[in-house]
Design a protein around this ligand. Sequence first.
Ligand SMILES: [Zn+2]
Length: 359
Amino acid sequence: MKYLLVATTWHLLAVGLLLRVGSSAEPLIEVHLQGDHITGTPLHWSAKRVTMLTANGVRRDFSPNMVQRFGRLAGELVASTQQQVWQHLRGEFGTPFSIKATKHYLVVYPADRVDRWSSLLENLYSDFHGFFQSHRHALPRTRFPLVVIVLPNREALLQTAALSGHADPRKIAGYYCDRSNRIWIYAPPSNSRQLPLSDHITLRHEATHQLAFNTGIHERFGTTPRWLAEGLAMFFEMPQQPASLRTRDSQSESALRQTAFLNRGDSPRGRNVPLKLLITDDSLFQQSPELAYAQSASLTRFLIRTHPAGYVGYLKHVATRPRFTFYAARTRQTDFSSCFPGNMARLESQWRAFSNTPR
Ligand SMILES: [Zn+2]
């Protein structure tokens, strides 16, 4: 391999390199950093940050200043096989963990426990694909093996979350990490065959995020409005019945209390967020998370139930926005309005009436 680079001009040279291999959609390169090296395809580069995607589906970000040298390899990025990812996980986690392989998932879990996760994940996979199939939006197979890591206890999860810079890990029961493309959860203390409902809900919630970002429902390297991602995850999180039948408000409200936030304060019941604010401003999830989650779930149910084609069209529209771009509030509002034409105030009043009607 011929190395091509002076580190400080990485991004300019990378652009030139990619122009020369313009016929290749995902050119394969190898980058040597200080104490590390990465093989993958460049997704984005600037003077401040370079982003690459590896064959395991992991996103890597680094400063151009860290690059010592890089060069192009033959061929394009080819996703690792399940066996290759399995071997990587075996080396990473060692004998304290078992690994269960299913059709789409690799589940790493403590070796002293029984596997209670893999069949539930495949159920969710079928549920998710079936829902979109029934709404005339057939989804592709996932490109990378879907990895789920089950840690032995909650303390281990909180440590991992803190190390990966997850915001306020004290509140989480599990999370999907879009950089590693993995779900991180923890095993409940009991070793009964059946997973407790709250753990099952968390699993489905996070697995919905993972599926959405791995099937193109959301663009993994773009900006997805928070209400859209969380509303969809909550729509699928209850396990008892197919998502296409799930519209009762009470179900998702009870689920809400058990999933993303364990330390619950005031109840969101009876409080409303203006539609325009919810769809244009993600900061509500920092300021008033319970309310933001509840209203996102409610709006999602309303739109799927009453405007299913518009909702799916809106998902597609948002997912085709350019990667690595800011999504301004005004554009968010314009995009939303273009998919749900008509008077926004009327749509909002229909939503309120829907959410106040017992079903
Ligand atoms: Zn979520």
